[in-house]
Design a protein around this ligand. Sequence first.
Ligand SMILES: [Zn+2]
Length: 123
Amino acid sequence: MMTKKKIEHYRRRLLEKREELLCALDRHVHYGREADQDVAQDPADKASNSYLKELLFSQSTSDRYILALIDEALERIAEGTYGICVACGAEIQPKRLEAVPWARHCVTCQDLQERGLLRELER
Ligand SMILES: [Zn+2]
């Protein structure tokens, strides 16, 4: 079982990361707008402009994905199920939580999921 102190440690890390991602998303929106205002006539500039926008877009997509995972993890903390694999119910290894505090799966299930073999239980 995880101690309250440990949970508080992860909760703080999740909140910090959440803040960081929200700031990054803000910046992306800002850069995206600047890139828009700065529309150059040169086709080469235009191409790099749209490349930049695409890059920012894919970056913010993965940021949004992690944000959603962080929110889920915070919910699990509130429900008292944090640190438990959502697929098999095993405890997630502390090392893994330390590296990825928003992890939903234990290493075994994560591996299955990455190979498309995980059938998740309905929540
Ligand atoms: Zn598992």
